[in-house]
Write a protein of this length. Sequence first.
Length: 237
Amino acid sequence: MCEYFILTKPNHFDVNRDEKNQVICLTEKAYILPKNNINYYIQNGLFEKGLIEWCRQFCKKDQNMLDIGAHSGTYTISLAEHSKHVYSFEPQKMTYYSLCGSVALSNIKNVTCINLGLGSSEQVGKQTLNIVSLDGGGSTLHNNNNEVLQTEEIEIRTLDSFNIDNIGFIKIDVEENELQVLLSGKNTLERSNYPKILFEMNIENKELINFLEGIHYNIICISGYNNMFLAVNKLNV
């Protein structure tokens, strides 16, 4: 089994200068995280760490998990060992690279990282992603009147086009594009008997709620979070 180490070299050093090389060997989970939040991570650990731990109960080792809008992979890395396989979707290039690096350095074999965004059939193809923060969080296809730091062209596909089945749990955080993702994933949800869905909703989205309730989901507001919700199918409580 391949394991990894990190060799560091000062930025201003030529490749052939080795006197300040440092080798860091990793034998446990490794999270590659945005440096601009380093003080928070040092003091508090992972963002949403309590919520991630709570989600363990929805993962099963004989069922797959979807991490849609995986960012740098905190949910993916933390929950992979409790799932059969994790499919992690992250469209933003540098954030995707950090996700892949975290998976590799953590020596996790049951994760597939996918550098694509998910959306509706109308969104399929090339789209512009608006990057609104230094850490890659909040990047969106929609114009939410936030200051856009830069844009990036990404590829969009529908969830149904991947033909993933046997899904036990879905975490989705795609900055107001949740409805579009799920509308074009109806066959996927049906084939997996409507798995539990953890989703973020920063502003009231009646269309999303109506859609989920229309396919027999109950919506539960998660205690301690004003923007995180769990959709549980009424027949699978």
